[in-house]
Design a protein around this ligand. Structure first.
Ligand SMILES: Cc1cc2nc3c(=O)[nH]c(=O)nc-3n(C[C@H](O)[C@H](O)[C@H](O)COP(=O)(O)O)c2cc1C
Length: 315
């Protein structure tokens, strides 16, 4: 069993064993987190080749047919020893959820990350082919529900994360979750260096769930303007609002102003256009943005993380 909860996954013999087995497949304890309009097959393959878990939201492929092609490309690339993950948005507002789930069942990605909704309805179907299910959660209530549904991993969304953010302090969140869950724990929220990856392990977590740090890489599909704007920003340049997606999310202040979604006095224009709501014209990043100082290949970011992580481990 992956946790205190029951799992029907025959490949999972226990939380600790799963955590050890997954870590042995990785050079770095990292998930290159799924990002809307940013993560595609190139980013996933580059992440896996660098020994990290590469991930992408299924909705980044414009149709289920394109998703089918992306999953085939990732599998054919022989991405490397590291497993990859597909991110399924379970929100009622995602009309493609069932169709995309059927495509995933055909391609059998090693990990499915369930977001924005209860993972109950996907756990059995992913376990049936031997895949692992991670669920992202922003509160202890959601974490307990996901654990009870039999997920293998929890992604703890904490304060300062890019995209839809959490609000809990990571020290408090990890400690509380470890009291009832012995599966894989990943932490999302401004993880930007190898020092922080090592710190997470000391806290009792397994993986850093890193979006912002990989958003401005060469393999990311983010528009050039988004990558450039990140190089100028630091944590003070990030604004949290629930006005654009209905959930608390973090955005680059400079772009909110340019796109007219934020007034000069700092208030958010809640009547902004549909384009703004679609995130095409406002750009998200988390509090770790200040550590992104160049547009680099994924392998260069991974090499830096590895150096910092090794130094901390040796110390
Ligand atoms: C531009 C952007 C888009 C994102 N889109 C998604 C998404 O489609 N699905 C999802 O589960 N998380 C999404 N996220 C959240 C990330 O998966 C991850 O939780 C977050 O980036 C981690 O925090 P960090 O950016 O501080 O590293 C997005 C984040 C960013 C920055």
């Amino acid at each position: 069993m992956p946790s205190q909860s029951s799992s029907s996954n025959p490949n999972v013999s226990g939380g600790a064993a799963l955590r050890r087995r997954l870590r042995a497949q990785l050079r770095l304890p990292v998930v290159v987190a799924p990002m809307f309009l940013v993560s595609g097959p190139e980013l996933v393959v580059a992440a896996c080749r660098s020994g990290m878990i590469g991930a992408f939201p299924t909705l980044n492929a414009r149709t289920p047919e394109i998703l089918d092609g992306w999953l085939a490309r990732i599998a054919q690339s022989g991405a490397g020893a590291a497993p990859y993950a597909a991110n399924l948005i379970l929100d009622k507002r995602n009309p493609r959820c069932d169709e995309d789930l059927a495509v995933l069942e055909r391609h059998r990605p090693p990990i499915v990350i369930a977001s924005v909704g209860r993972p109950d309805r996907v756990v059995g179907r992913i376990h049936a082919y031997g895949g692992l299910v991670f669920a992202d959660v922003a509160s202890l209530r959601h974490a307990r529900n996901a654990a009870a549904a039999g997920v293998d991993g929890l992604v703890l969304l904490t304060a300062g994360a890019g995209g839809n953010t959490g609000w809990l302090n990571p020290f408090a969140f990890v400690a509380a979750v470890r009291e009832f869950f012995d599966g894989v724990v990943a932490v999302a929220g401004a993880i930007a260096s190898g020092r922080e990856l090592r710190a997470l392990e000391v806290l009792g977590a397994d993986l850093g769930y890193m979006g912002t740090a990989f958003l401005a890489t060469e393999e990311s599909m983010a528009p050039a303007g988004h990558k450039q704007a990140m190089l100028q920003a630091d944590a003070d340049g990030i604004v949290q609002t629930d006005a654009l997606s209905g959930y608390p999310a973090n955005f680059l202040r400079s772009r909110l102003l340019e796109a007219g979604a934020m007034r000069p006095d700092g208030s958010i224009d809640r009547g902004a256009s549909a384009d703004v709501y679609s995130w095409k014209h406002v750009w998200s990043a988390g509090h770790g943005v200040g550590q992104v100082r160049a547009i680099e290949p994924v392998a260069a970011v991974a090499a830096r993380l590895q150096r910092e992580y090794d130094e901390r481990q040796a110390a």
